[in-house]
Ligand binder design. Sequence first.
Ligand code: MSP
Length: 662
Amino acid sequence: MSSFFLTTAIDFVNSRPHLGTAYEKITADVIARYHRLKGDDTWFLMGNDEHSQNVFRRAQEQGKAPLAYCDEMEQVFREVWRGLDISFNDFIRTTDQKRHFPGVQTLVQACLDNGDVYEGTYEGPYCVSCEEFKPEKDLVDGLCPIHKTKPEWIKERNWFFRLSKYQRPLLAYYEEHPSFIEPEVRRNEVLRLVEDGLVDLSISRAGQSWGIPLPNDPQSVVYVWFDALTNYASAVGYGWDDEQFARRWPANLHIVGKDITRFHCVIWPALLMSAGLPLPGQVFGHGWVFFKGERMSKTMGNIVDPLDAAKRFGPDPLRLYLTKEVVYGADGDFTWERFEEKYNADLANNLGNLVNRVAAMTERYRQGRLVAGGGGSLATLAADSASAYRRAMDGLALHEGVAAAYRLISAANEYIAETQPWSLARDPAHADRLSGVLHDAAEAVRIAAVLLLPVMPSSAAEILRRMGETTAPGDLRFDTATAWRASGERGILNAGALWPRLEDKGAITVSETTPGTPSPSSASSAAPAPSAASAPSASAPAGTTPHPVAPAALEQIAIDDFMKVQLKVARILEASNVPKSKKLVQLKVDVGEAEPRTILAGIAESYQPEQLVGRTIVVVANLKPAKLMGIESNGMVLAASPEGGGALLLNAEPAVPGTRVR
Ligand code: MSP
């Protein structure tokens, strides 16, 4: 069994975690859970960075002793991490006198013993928010480029670390270990920085009491970044438990934000080199998550509290959004509208609907029990998805890993649409085929759920339970759990919707019909324009001239009236002419329900039945059934009727059947 030790940055505790800080912990947690799934002996470390001046000042503002303030903040952070299902194995605080103090003091001593620490005077700007000495050349109009605040000017006797001595050794190390810094853009940044030359680093602050005393000068405290970086080693025994340290160190992976990658790729390895300690395997600098394109900050008043989403939907939809929608290593954006849109598309309509359909059909046609059979195209696709997933996750392309799982989910949805179990169920001669189809669909869902376990731990576990998995999620191992099961019997549980659709909030945008024409249904509840009801008139396909009707000529309705009409995306599964009717076509459509519906549409003069199969359209899903030519129609197909006759179906590609249209 191989071991895997990963860490996140430790957080400053001057404010509570926001979505950005949570993003880092969520993605690191996905990686940790993936390694556990592979069977690695995984150790996941997180913690709080408490010896910062900002923390000290915040405590003072609140009239609290700094340590008491940090104790309170520890509970705040732990509550958020619990709410997001973050499965760290250890949580270190830099005020931990038993573990962290000896770790830091041992490292300072090791650098002193190696002749790398000397006394000098520092004079220059210092940004308290960065906790960083800022060379004047790095300031923009005299301000810190990150915080846009004027740095403090300090002049004090300090202890310096000979960082400059490590320029060559660091460059040689990067060269010999090309994957030490990832992704490539960060590696290039760091290379440029080190090639430009390194200046020695002040590692102490004089006249302060909030910090760890230097072993050789107890009147000074250790500079907060030296203190903080050491957490990775002190937490696993450095300076206080040699046996544990030898067992766990070095860390395989440090996950940190792009703003602090340089501390981890320059200062930290140089300190370790000086102390003669092994270097970590990799530093991965992830991007930043913005809110509506803006950096989240208290002053901007745009802090997103991750617990808001977790309390409303559970942690998994947020975990999925952040892992799937943000390219790991690049910056990403979050808006509530987009989050709800993805919730409806990826969870309610796609995965949730698939689980429900498989369970409902198994209950209806096979009393909830499946025997093995089938094993056709889906089995091959499941194997391909699992290996693509593994490749992606091993390379920290988390978004691609999730995409591989979703390829399997979409394929399973399509497989059901193609094989039409409801038709097979009508003919006893197809009984074996039906059993095979249901088994294969359930097996694909089961494997997709295994792939999603690291991302959505509780939802995936629930899906596995419904798909008859008897091994506890924590005991599943990647290779065996993703192998296609061609034998055995299983009970499938039909237990209701996992993610109810969000009908009352946000917008689901169905794609444009044709380039250059407006989307037929992008009206959101945030902008409930009365013209929403007249949207179809603005969506005539290319080649026809739209005939906008002057708004004054229309009777206006309230948004509530419009919302009574349930417009949904549907896929046409079958189409045939209705005998003795020139206008009607009989359609069988998939509206995202357990069984398809029959709908009659007056479009026979515009389309041949064979042109219709496979199209994704929009239907009115809550129209009272009506009998036409002796056939019951359950809904109405939306089509534009240009002057001069004919009918043009509204195209809803590529939305998933069942998606609500507004
Ligand atoms: N205490 C230091 C880290 C010391 S590690 C030895 C620190 N703390 S922090 O609280 O400011 O940030 C913690 C982590 O959250 C950092 O990796 C930082 O990059 C990350 N993020 C803070 N805001 C973020 C976003 N908006 N988006 C993504 N990550 C962000 O730096």
